[in-house]
Design a protein around this ligand. Structure first.
Ligand SMILES: C[S@@+](CC[C@H](N)C(=O)[O-])C[C@H]1O[C@@H](n2cnc3c(N)ncnc32)[C@H](O)[C@@H]1O
Length: 266
């Protein structure tokens, strides 16, 4: 009897499924570095899904125990590599679904001799859910996520109440979620979702100052060149009232408490 819970169907995802064709230098980078940098993860049959039973021993994947930082949608790895170099004491996990972008990231990692990055070619939302224990993460980064402009596509936006609950559950209390976008309507939608999200506190009470460690990526440069502003946001995982870590289920079913917002400055 087939397991119906694992049935493959067309799911709403935050990325475009497109051709995976790589250019010769990307093919070369993949062949040279995938064994070391890419962490294979079992899927549900869809290439970019993550099987609910999939587990990764991150300490052995990195060869050491260290605080975990995760980027979702790392693109060509511009921010990823710069930030991994700034945080040599962290183990940095990147989720990206697009193979050519991953290959370019591998080249960049090799060029800069970065040792503390591993890449998972999968939907980061599923990866976050299944591959990390609750409260396991020090930071989560979501920079220039696909904006999905049309109203009928808004359901594909990565930042949603469900995703916020997931990030909140996976961050350790005090851990940070940093976001940036050059699309004002998405930035406002992020504020609407995240300012009221249980378990998260807007560190600056509004827009965050630009995170100085974050380099200007191709996407940011393109937005600026087109005359758009860039909006940064930083949220911190709050401890629960009894000090225990909330689960995703707790966070999704709890109503927001306006008094949960404190005054930390980061
Ligand atoms: C607009 S690009 C930004 C890339 C990068 N963050 C930057 O600032 O240069 C968004 C990237 O996120 C990836 N992406 C979108 N949704 C994703 C998901 N759920 N899991 C993993 N990658 C995702 C896309 O394939 C794309 O490469």
């Amino acid at each position: 009897m087939p397991d119906r819970s694992l049935r493959v169907h067309r799911e709403v995802v935050s990325y475009v499924r497109r051709s995976e064709r790589m250019n010769p230098s990307q093919e070369k980078a993949w062949a040279a570095h995938a064994d070391r940098l890419l962490i294979p993860v079992p899927s549900r049959g869809l290439d970019t899904s993550v099987h609910p039973d999939a587990r990764i021993d991150w300490a052995s994947a990195f060869g050491r125990e260290a605080p975990l930082m995760v980027e979702i949608g790392s693109g060509r790895g511009e921010a990823l590599v710069a930030l991994a170099l700034r945080h040599p004491d962290a183990n940095v996990v990147a989720f990206e679904v697009f193979a050519p972008a991953i290959a370019s990231t591998m080249s960049r990692i090799a060029r800069h001799e970065v040792g503390n990055v591993r890449i998972v070619k999968a939907n980061g939302a599923e990866g976050l859910k299944h591959l990390f224990a609750d409260s396991a993460l020090e930071q989560v980064w979501t920079f220039f996520p696909d904006p999905w402009h049309k109203a009928r596509h808004h359901k594909r936006r990565l930042v949603s109440p469900e995703f916020a609950a997931l990030v909140a559950a996976k961050l350790r209390p005090g851990g940070l979620w940093r976001l940036a976008t050059d699309w004002e309507d998405y930035a406002l939608a992020m504020r609407e979702v995240l300012d009221g999200a249980p378990g998260l506190q807007n560190v600056h009470g509004g827009w965050a100052p630009r995170w100085a460690e974050r380099p200007v990526t191709k996407y940011e440069a393109r937005g600026l060149a087109a005359g758009r502003s860039v909006f940064d946001l930083t949220y911190q995982r709050t401890p629960t009232a009894n000090g225990d870590a909330p689960t995703v289920g707790d966070l999704l079913h709890r109503t927001p408490r306006p008094d949960a917002h404190g005054e930390a400055a980061l």
